[in-house]
Each structure stands twice: as structure tokens, then as C-alpha cells.
Design a binder for this molecule. Structure first.
Ligand code: 5U1
Length: 630
């Protein structure tokens, strides 16, 4: 599938202050000549336009997520979305919980409720080799034959096994009323508010409104979105996710749906649970087509086969294509295509005999944990990094892997000198999975082959004390900008293109400026002159003058960039933008009464949760997207 930009985020759009959104709408409307301003015309015009906009946005979501064929540019989608928001704000009587603007609702108080699935969510039997696949095909034929069925009609429907999180969506009278995690297959968690934020999931079925339709499938995060999310987490000094599956699961289980909305989750349907009041197709392949037709995304990589050779050919083809898919898969799934044969074949525990997951071998290898080094990050966070004997895994040579923090090392019971299993998790970040059993003789003899690691109580870069705050997983150097490692990275962060955009201020130069003591804080950059700079290594007069000019140019920047550049913990680009939208300058920000604001925000969020249940329009939440900690 081609990489594309996703149309603007509803949560992000909702974060824009009300007057700005209305302004953007009017301006865009004039520019394209298409949109009537929100305030113009009688109420019936507004109602018609709201209806039209909702249909258009739903159609564009369907084209984008289900057909994978967007017909309008992202900017047009965003313009229509903003216009709909403005109209709904000006005409509260037109509010509807099914509006695409109402995907983000109030936070879930006190955790998720449990949901009993009306039909159990099944699991799949796994196969790891060709013989097991041939045995599966043989067993299916024998059982069908014993049941007096004509095995010559046997066909298999073939799909990918998505590496995400299984969920069940319940539609009643065509409307999405519940989203639940799989849980133990019988009882899951009610994640409806979060599921509603996933734009790939329709709030209403297309063209049908059966009494009940339960759709089963997988929520996943695409690799590109996972990498972008981790970059944002890193920037904000927050914990990174290990792989796209963990990121998807963590995002779906957020107590604040506004956070889920920003995580760009996807969904692929692969089956149904309870169905009342609608005839579904007889074959599984037909069912998938039908699900797509009623508005649900289904995986585009599908196939069919008549025998074990056909199953294995699909497996091999997909194993080759795996790396080029935009999302992670961990195998393929074979299902008997005729659905009336499913029950005839029966179930063993909670796994059906009509289906089989053929898993790809884990991309794992064994190597030696040579050492654990500690890196000091921009915010002082100490990250233990595994130095590994180079090993080829999943197509690359891995020499180091992050161990995240001391708890992770303890949980995995790792010692330097261990033989460890390394995996390229989600094809993205190398991960140390576990240690192999240690040699008892070496352990008993105390040969020094194995060494325990402890996090340093002094910063490896500056010698200042390190501290781990209550409730935090990370240990940090307390010296802030007095620590040269933090200072170097803070300066790099400050100067980078997305922040103050100081051209020519790279790693090496920053290291010189810090090591010579010329620059201690970003403010010192603005006191540098060309003759001082020209005295540094590899610095001619011309480059020194260019750098001074670049530093000078950076004075003209936006407040959002400046805030982001300061590198305040938890203030990444997004938070900086929200703050800069809400406050004209640093003085206004400093003068805010944060305790009072947090209280007001909590009150409005509670009120909005009530309004959402009643289907009423929501009150704008101040600093939406910024939680109490920030
Ligand atoms: N593609 C796909 N994944 N998956 C997972 N199909 C599929 N079917 C499943 C599961 C657990 O269960 C069916 C038997 C409904």
C-alpha cells in the first residue's frame, strides 16, 4: 500500500481555539469557492449543509481507510471537517453523537468496565512448519468426508495474521454501540470511547442497519505512525513503545480518548460474532467483501487455495512481501471458505478446526551480552544500552539494543556475559528478549563470566548524583544543563530544523562550544561573535559569519517553535503548539494560574462526559491534549 498522509486529526482540529477554527473555515471557503460560511442562511440551510458534510466526510473516510483510494487531498478533508465543526458550534440543535466531529468524547473515570462477549472471541491453532499445514488440510478433508460432505468442493480463504490487538465491534440498528477488547475471549474490556476515535472504524454501517452485527478484527498501528509516535515520545521525554503492537494496545487502553485519537490507529475486520436481522454471505471470502461493502476495512492481501500446496505458496509469497507491508504481520491465516462447514468441523477448546494460523519464524538470534553502557539523554534520563556481539537478525546486523530502564533489566534477569535472545521487534527496534540459562559450573566457581549490572548513582557524563523519583521508571542525572551530555543534546534540540532552525550548528560544533565553555545555555548562542567562532577547529571566517547570521535569523521564529526549542520535559511539538495557540507570549504563559486551570479543565471534562451520553454538543476544553502532569 502506498504511504500517504492521513487527513488531519479530529482531535488536533478540535484543539484549535474556536475563533481560529471558524476563521480557517471562512478563509478556506472563500479560497475554494465551495463552502458557505457557517453563519449564512436560515437554519434549514445549515441542517442540509451539516448533513452533506457528514456524508462527505464519512465517504472520504471510507475511501481512505477501506478502499485505500482517497479522492480528495488532505487539505480539502480538513477544510470540510473544520466547516462542520463551525456549523455544529453555531447550531447546537444539529448535534448528533454520530457526527464525525463527535469521535472524541469524555475520559473514562475509574478504568474500563468489563463486557461479556455475546459469542466467545475464538483463538487460532498455530502451525510453525509445512508438515503441520499438510496435517491440517488432511484433517479437514477427513472430518468433512466422515460427515458425508463432498471434499471436492473444499476451498480455503487466505488472509494475513495482523500483529495487533483483537477487538469486537458491536453495531445495533447500524450504529456503533460498543467496542470491546478480546480479554480472555469470554469477557473483555469496554473500550467504546476509544474505538470511536479510530477513523477507520465507521460509526454507522454503510447502507444497512441490522438489529445486531458484531464485527471481529484487529486494531493495529502502521510502522510509520509507530516511528512518528516514538519520535514524539522521545521528544517529550516520555517512554517509547517497544513495537507497533504494544503501541496499539497501549493507545487503545488509554483512559483519555483524546490521547487515543492522536495515535492514528487502524483496523482490519476478519470475521463476525452475533448477527441478527441481516443475511450474511455463505463463504468467508464473500463475508470479507461484504464487510468491506458495509464500510469496514478488510486487509487487501488475500487469496484462495484448494489444497495444502496452495496454502504453502501463499505463506511463502507473504513471507517475502512482509517487509514491504506498512504494518506488522506475524503469519498468515487459512480458513475453510464455506461458512456452513465451520460448525460441522467443530472446535477444540476455543480454537476452531476450520482455521489455522501459520506463523512466521520469529526473527530472533542468540548472541552475547558483552556489556551494558548508560547513555544520558537530553532530559537527563539514563538509558541502559546492551552492547552485543554483532549478530545478523531479520536482515540487519545488530550490535546494540536499548534495555529501557533498570526495572526492565531486573524483569528479564539479565547479567553481563549472558547468552541472550535478540529479536528485531516489529521489524523496527532490536530487543533483548531473554537470557538463556547460565552455566551453573561458571556461576558456582565465580569465574567472573557473569556480572550483575546496577544503574549508576552518579551520572556517567558529569559525575552528579542520579535520582529516581517515586512512581517513575527512569533514573535521571540531576545536574540539568550543568551536565555536558544534557547540555550538548539540549543545544542540538534547540538548534534543530523543527525548533529554532539554526543552519550550520551541528553535533561536532556543539561539542566544541560546550567543551570550550563558550556555550552553557541556548541563550549564550546569541552572544557569540564571528571572531570567537573563527578560532574554533574547522571553522573558517566565512562559516563563522554564516553561523552568526543563522543564529541571528533564528530570533524571528514562532512562539510554538521557541517553546518546543526550550526542551521542557513533556513539551514536544504538539504540546508547544497547543500552548502557543492559547497564549500570545511567554509572559501570558508565566502568569497563568495553573491550579485553577486544571480544576476548570477537569470540571468541563466531567460535564462533557455527561453531555456526550445525552448526545449534546460539548463545551470546548481549555488546553485540550495537555494533562495535569504537563
Ligand atoms: N486474519 C485473521 N486473523 N484472525 C485472528 N483472521 C482471524 N480469525 C481469527 C483470529 C483470532 O479467529 C477466527 C476463527 C474468527
Amino acid at each position: 500500500m502506498p504511504a500517504k498522509h492521513e487527513p488531519g486529526d479530529p482531535a488536533a482540529a478540535a484543539e484549535v481555539g474556536a475563533p481560529a477554527a471558524a476563521g480557517a473555515t471562512a478563509a478556506a471557503g472563500v479560497a475554494s469557492g465551495a463552502a458557505a460560511p457557517a453563519e449564512a442562511g436560515p437554519a434549514s440551510d445549515a441542517a442540509a449543509r451539516v448533513d452533506e458534510l457528514r456524508r462527505l466526510i464519512e465517504r472520504y473516510n471510507f475511501e481512505y481507510y477501506v478502499l485505500d483510494a482517497p479522492s480528495v487531498p488532505d487539505a480539502e478533508y480538513d477544510r470540510l471537517f473544520a466547516e462542520l465543526q463551525a456549523l455544529e458550534r453555531d447550531h447546537p440543535e444539529l448535534a448528533s453523537p454520530e457526527s464525525p466531529t463527535m469521535r472524541v468524547g469524555g475520559a473514562v473515570a475509574g478504568g474500563f468496565a468489563t463486557v461479556r462477549h455475546s459469542r466467545p472471541m475464538l483463538s487460532l491453532n498455530n502451525a510453525f512448519d509445512d508438515d503441520s499445514v499438510r496435517a491440517f488440510d488432511r484433517r479437514v478433508r477427513e472430518l468433512l468426508d466422515a460427515d458425508g460432505l463432498d471434499v471436492r468442493e473444499l476451498r480455503y480463504s487466505l488472509e494475513l495474521k495482523y500483529d495487533g490487538l483483537a477487538i469486537s465491534l458491536r453495531y445495533e440498528d447500524g450504529r456503533l454501540v460498543q467496542g470491546a477488547t478480546r480479554g480472555d475471549g469470554v469477557v473483555g474490556e469496554d473500550v467504546t470511547a476509544n474505538v470511536r476515535t479510530i477513523r477507520a472504524i465507521p460509526l454507522r454501517l454503510k447502507g444497512i442497519a441490522p438489529k445486531v452485527l458484531e464485527v471481529r478484527g484487529e486494531v493495529l498501528m502502521w510502522r510509520a505512525d509507530f516511528l512518528a509516535l516514538n519520535a514524539r515520545q522521545r521528544e517529550a521525554g516520555e517512554r517509547e513503545f517497544v513495537n507497533p503492537r504494544n503501541a496499539a494496545a497501549g493507545s487503545l487502553r488509554q483512559l483519555d480518548p483524546a490521547l487515543t485519537a492522536r495515535r492514528r490507529l487502524r483496523f482490519f475486520a476478519y470475521g463476525v460474532g452475533e448477527v441478527v436481522g441481516v443475511q450474511t454471505p455463505d463463504s468467508h471470502s464473500g463475508l470479507l467483501d461484504w464487510l468491506r461493502d458495509v464500510g469496514l476495512p478488510v486487509g487487501p492481501e488475500r487469496g484462495c487455495a484448494e489444497d495444502a500446496d496452495g496454502l504453502l505458496a501463499f505463506y511463502r509469497r507473504m513471507a517475502q512481501r512482509r517487509a514491504e507491508l506498512p504494518y506488522d504481520i506475524d503469519g498468515v491465516v487459512y480458513k475453510v471458505d464455506r461458512r456452513d462447514w465451520h460448525d460441522r468441523l467443530g472446535y477444540v477448546s476455543r480454537a476452531p478446526r476450520f482455521a489455522l494460523a501459520h506463523k512466521f519464524p520469529a526473527e530472533e538470534a542468540v548472541t552475547e551480552l558483552l556489556d551494558i553502557e548508560v547513555q544520558v539523554g537530553r532530559t537527563g534520563k539514563l538509558t541502559p544500552v546492551a552492547r552485543l556481539r554483532p549478530v545478523f537478525v531479520g536482515g540487519v546486523t545488530v550490535t546494540n539494543a536499548t534495555l529501557h530502564n533498570e526495572d526492565e533489566i531486573a524483569r528479564k534477569d539479565l547479567m553481563i556475559g549472558d547468552s541472550v535472545v535478540v529479536r528485531r521487534a516489529g521489524d523496527v527496534i532490536p530487543e533483548v528478549v531473554r537470557a538463556l540459562p547460565r552455566d551453573p559450573a561458571e556461576l558456582a566457581a565465580g569465574t567472573g563470566r557473569y556480572r550483575r549490572f546496577t544503574m549508576p548513582t552518579r551520572c556517567p557524563a558529569c559525575g552528579a548524583p542520579t535520582a529516581r523519583e517515586e512512581g517513575e521508571a527512569d533514573r535521571r542525572c540531576v545536574a540539568a544543563l550543568a551536565c555536558p551530555a544534557q547540555r550538548r543534546q539540549a543545544l542540538w534540540h534547540f538548534a534543530q530544523r523543527r525548533a529554532m532552525d539554526i543552519d550550520g550548528l551541528g553535533d561536532k560544533l556543539i561539542a566544541q562550544l560546550v567543551d570550550t565553555g563558550l556555550v552553557q545555555t541556548p541563550a549564550d548562542l546569541y552572544r557569540l561573535d564571528a571572531s570567537t567562532l573563527a578560532g574554533l577547529d574547522r571553522m573558517g571566517e566565512k562559516s563563522a559569519a554564516n553561523l552568526v547570521a543563522a543564529i541571528d535569523r533564528s530570533r524571528e521564529t514562532s512562539f510554538a517553535r521557541f517553546l518546543f526549542a526550550l526542551g521542557i520535559r513533556h513539551v514536544g511539538e504538539e504540546v508547544a503548539r497547543i500552548l502557543a495557540d492559547a497564549y500570545p507570549d511567554a509572559k501570558a504563559l508565566e502568569n497563568e494560574d495553573w491550579a485553577a486551570l486544571a480544576e476548570r479543565k477537569a470540571r468541563i471534562q466531567k460535564e462533557n462526559a455527561r453531555r456526550r451520553q445525552r448526545g449534546e454538543p460539548l463545551e470546548p476544553v481549555p488546553l485540550e491534549g495537555i494533562g495535569p502532569e504537563i
